[in-house]
Every structure is written in structure tokens, then in C-alpha cells.
Write a protein that binds this ligand. Structure first.
Ligand code: 76R
Length: 276
């Protein structure tokens, strides 16, 4: 352990903050609104969503949620939690909000883990004669990480993937009495993440995966968003990962939300009971 050439805590890069915001529609309350007013409220909601989606720094999208876990899921990417809070508050000003009942929400930040890249950066610095703790090491390491950040910038600060379906769920790396992810060595965790990435990569063409880190932000450790045009791919991918040690031994899952992407201009149809 004394000779470890990499730090215990893996470095991560952060991008947009993410809010998943799920509501049920109070349908009886909605239907009680007078004719004419319903159309206005729906149009106002659609305009609000379109303006949020056009924001210069971030993105917003809406999904129709399957099952009784909710009816509508808004997803927002923004630069800061303050910006997300502003979006939340502006939704609360809409008349549409009067018929929305909160059912779930989740805060995270786009995260790219650098298990491989951190190790590479360290060994590069060590090869050049620097060692952790030596003067100059921290600066050189920061420069190296800044380079990584530039290279992955388009993945940290991207738009919400456009595929028809979203699968969102929070998860932990489980800490039972027998196994503890956080007590493993860096090498063990890196090897497992490599195996995980290998499985995931088989689905590269069918799924876009966005990992939101949420340690210190919300009740679970990560929020996983998968986006695909064919929802059966979620089942196949998540099932295959259940057999991979990183998930089989260390993962614990929260509720799964499956949603169908709605364009802002489809919101009035949705509220009138029509979809797609
Ligand atoms: O970022 C990368 O693409 C590099 C490889 C990679 C990392 C570091 C990767 C690839 N993931 C990484 C990290 Mn993932 N991922 C999940 C889940 O349901 C389950 O069992 C787990 C939920 C899925 C389905 C999934 C899919 N991944 C992570 C992390 C952070 C871990 C840490 O830091 O300790 C979590 C929590 C997590 C969870 N992963 C991929 C995928 C897919 C499809 C890929 C390949 C992406 C591609 O090649 O396009």
C-alpha cells in the first residue's frame, strides 16, 4: 500500500448538473378546468418547455412516464444547481403546475470516472521523475487532468440524447457485510470498471449512457440515464450487467423510470390524452 502509485479516490470530471423531475397529473383537477383555459394552460406549458430547451447553457426535455410512478418527467441539464433551482421555480409559476403532483426528483451531475486515465496520468508523471508529495506534482497532475477535461468536454456538456426512450434509475455500490466497494484497492476497482465498460461498449450503437454522480447531492450514489430507440435494449443491457461483478457484487438499485420522449409542442396533445 505504501508504494501505491495512484490515489485511492478515483478522479472524476463533472459536467452539467442534472435534475430528473417527475410529476403525476391530477387528471380530475385538469378536467375541471374550463374549456379554453385548458388549451391556454397547455400552450403556456409547451412554450415554457420550448424556452427551457433553448437555453444557451444546458438542455431540457420532457418524457411521458409509463406506469403509475408518474405521468411526466422533466429532465434538465444546467451549469449550476442555482440554474436548476431557477428552472424549478419558473415551473412553479405556471398554471400547469397547479395540476401537477410531485412524485419523484433526483439531483446529480454528469460524471466521467477516470479510473484508466488517472492511472495513466500518474504513471506518466512518475516516469518523468515526479512523485506524489513532491513539489510540482500537484500542479503537473492538475495540468494533466485539465487536458483530460478538454478532451471529454463534449461528453460532459452535451445535449440530452434524442432517442425515443429514457431509462432512469439511481444506484449505489452496495456495502453489505461481505463486500465493500470502497474498501477495494484502486486496481481492483479499475479492473472491475474495465469489465463493466467492456459489456457496456457492446451496446454503444444502441444506447447512450449518461452517468450522473450524486454522492453528497442526493440519496443514492449515482443516477443512471440510458437513452435508446428500442426499450428492450434496456432490459438486455441491464440484465447482462447484473452478471458482471461490478453490478453482481456491488450494485444496489433504486426505482426504475421508463419514459417516452415528448416534444414541447406535443404537451397539449398529451394533456388531451393523445400520444405519438
Ligand atoms: O465512460 C465510459 O464510457 C468509459 C467506461 C465506463 C465507465 C467509467 C462505462 C461504460 N461506465 C462507467 C462508469 Mn457505466 N453504466 C452503469 C449502469 O445497471 C447496472 O448494472 C449499472 C448501471 C449501466 C447500465 C451502464 C452502462 N457506469 C459507470 C459508473 C461509475 C462507477 C464508478 O465511478 O465507480 C456507474 C455507476 C455506471 C453504471 N456503462 C458504460 C454503460 C454503458 C452502456 C457503457 C458503454 C458506453 C459506450 O461505450 O458508449
Amino acid at each position: 500500500m505504501a508504494e501505491m502509485s495512484v490515489p485511492e479516490v478515483p478522479q472524476t470530471l463533472e459536467g452539467w448538473y442534472i435534475l430528473h423531475d417527475v410529476y403525476s397529473v391530477d387528471w380530475p383537477a385538469w378536467r375541471r378546468r374550463p374549456d379554453g383555459e385548458r388549451e391556454q394552460i397547455a400552450a403556456e406549458g409547451a412554450a415554457w418547455l420550448a424556452s427551457q430547451a433553448e437555453c444557451p447553457e444546458g438542455d431540457s426535455a420532457l418524457y411521458s412516464v409509463l406506469t403509475q410512478k408518474g405521468d411526466l418527467m422533466f429532465v434538465h441539464y444546467r451549469k449550476t444547481p442555482a440554474e436548476l433551482n431557477r428552472v424549478e421555480l419558473s415551473l412553479r409559476q405556471l398554471r400547469l403546475f397547479d395540476v401537477l403532483r410531485p412524485t419523484y426528483s433526483y439531483l446529480s451531475v454528469v460524471e466521467i470516472g477516470l479510473y484508466e486515465l488517472t492511472a495513466l496520468a500518474y504513471s506518466k508523471l512518475v516516469k518523468s521523475g515526479l512523485k506524489p508529495g513532491m513539489p510540482g506534482f500537484d500542479d503537473a497532475f492538475a495540468t494533466e487532468m485539465e487536458g483530460q477535461r478538454t478532451r471529454v468536454k463534449n461528453r460532459l456538456f452535451r445535449d440530452i440524447p434524442e432517442q425515443a426512450y429514457i431509462c432512469f434509475y439511481p444506484m449505489n455500490k452496495r456495502r453489505g457485510e461481505k463486500v465493500n466497494w470502497y474498501a477495494l484497492t484502486m486496481e481492483e476497482r479499475r479492473d472491475m470498471m474495465r469489465g463493466h465498460g467492456r459489456i457496456g461498449h457492446k451496446y454503444h450503437d444502441q444506447v447512450t449512457q449518461i452517468i450522473g454522480g450524486s454522492v453528497g447531492l442526493d440519496d443514492w450514489e449515482w443516477g443512471v440515464s440510458l437513452h435508446a430507440d428500442d426499450a428492450v435494449v434496456f432490459k438486455k443491457l441491464v440484465y447482462e450487467m447484473r452478471f458482471d461483478p461490478a453490478s453482481a457484487l456491488y450494485a444496489e438499485f433504486g426505482p426504475f423510470y421508463i419514459g417516452l420522449r415528448l416534444k414541447p409542442e406535443s404537451l397539449p396533445d398529451f394533456l388531451a390524452g393523445k400520444i405519438g
